[in-house]
Design a protein around this ligand. Structure first.
Ligand code: TXA
Ligand code: MG
Length: 346
């Protein structure tokens, strides 16, 4: 299949209509959002949705998030919208928060992989919203990467993974947040955090009081602990290289990483660090994610950096850890998954 590339900078670009026609014809379009790029399909059509699983090589037991362009669409898809959910919508929608509700059963059955619940996201990215609106359809969209690869934060990442497998890609700006949306299950009381993101646990609790956190987050999958979001059980976001995270006082972390680098002379070693420590390292590839004082920046740069290690054929990535406060929780969640939960405390 020839993949058509659209370069779109603003929401009134007439090419958005053309891309929306692809969705209406039950084909797939990669598109920008404020979190990561998504791979969209008509959520009402089973064959269209099946193409998502095929293009990404995604396991069929992993349900999809449905994207809407207004609250009217939400009302058609789900029921039992609680006062807490409304308070969260008021504060965070449109934006990088996904909420899970009881499904009305309107979407194709393979969207929810058999679950009675449906995850909904109302993106703030203007081109994403204009696309959904022009299609006039709820749009099922996972991250637009091959299953197992880091999520794409640039149009070029989508092209790298899916060229020839999907009908179109909208190239636009680099994703503002760079991590997938926060997922909160509103069908439970108290609501349960299934995936941390840049809408933080602290932000959520400030709005609706205490929430629960899926115990499998950051701990890995041990026997008897199944993550509540099916997708969280797969090894994800992983560079081809082996990855190890060093956690502790920053001075000690730097020392430990330098030592391990020296012990692995035969390998191509990469180091994932921050602006504060960048000068301390020499390796085959050293990437700074930005300053520790700006965790939003660190988050925005993370997936692009993981792809760089692949491009440079790095064998071993040594990575500095972060505290698990605020956005740090989401950063550490993605890092520990990429590292297969291997953390070395120094
Ligand atoms: O930021 C995002 O959410 C991006 C952009 C494109 O919007 N999308 C995204 O989708 O990250 P995906 O498919 O890569 O991740 C969706 C996660 C998976 O872990 C899936 O198992 C979980 O959401 N999920 C979807 N529906 C669910 C449901 N009804 N119950 C529990 N987990 C659900
Ligand atoms: Mg994904």
């Amino acid at each position: 299949m020839k993949t058509k590339v659209y370069k779109i900078e603003e929401k009134n670009d007439p090419q958005i209509k053309e891309a929306a026609e692809i969705l209406k014809a039950n084909e797939l379009v990669g598109f920008p959002t404020e979190t990561v790029y998504g791979l969209g399909a008509n959520a009402l059509d089973k064959d269209a949705v099946a193409k998502i699983y095929r293009a990404k090589g995604r396991p069929s037991d992993n349900p999809l998030i449905v994207h809407v362009s207004d609250l009217e669409m939400l009302g058609q898809l789900v029921e039992d919208i609680s006062a807490k959910a409304k308070a969260l919508m008021d504060r965070f929608w449109p934006g990088p928060l996904t909420m899970i509700f009881k499904s009305k059963g309107l979407v194709a059955e393979n969207v929810t992989a058999g679950l009675k619940t449906l995850a909904i996201r109302y993106p703030s990215h203007e081109i994403a919203r204009a696309l959904i609106q022009a299609a006039g359809l709820p749009v099922a969209a996972p991250s637009a990467n091959n299953s197992g690869k880091p999520s794409p934060t640039q149009g070029g990442h989508v092209f790298e993974d899916l060229d020839g497998k999907i009908a179109g890609i909208i190239y636009s700006d680099e994703s503002e947040h760079g991590l997938e949306s926060t997922i909160l299950d509103m069908t439970k009381e108290p609501p349960v955090l299934l995936r941390p993101g840049t809408v933080t646990r602290e932000d959520l609790e400030e709005t609706i009081g205490p929430i629960l956190v899926d115990p499998s987050l950051n701990k890995g999958i041990s026997k008897g602990v199944q993550p509540l979001a099916p997708g969280m059980k797969y090894k994800h976001y992983s560079p081809e290289a082996d990855m190890k995270i060093y956690q502790g006082d920053l001075d000690k972390v730097v020392e430990a990483i330098k030592k391990v680098k020296d012990q692995n002379e035969g390998l191509r070693v990469g180091i994932l660090c921050c602006d504060e420590t960048r000068e301390a390292y020499q390796a085959d590839l050293v990437v700074s994610l930005g300053s520790r004082d700006h965790l939003d920046q660190v988050a925005a740069n993370l997936f692009k950096a993981l792809r760089q290690f692949d491009h440079d054929k790095i064998d071993l990535v040594l990575c500095e850890g972060y505290s698990s406060q605020g956005t740090g929780q989401a950063i550490m969640n993605r890092l520990t998954k990429a590292a297969g939960y291997e953390i070395i405390y120094v």
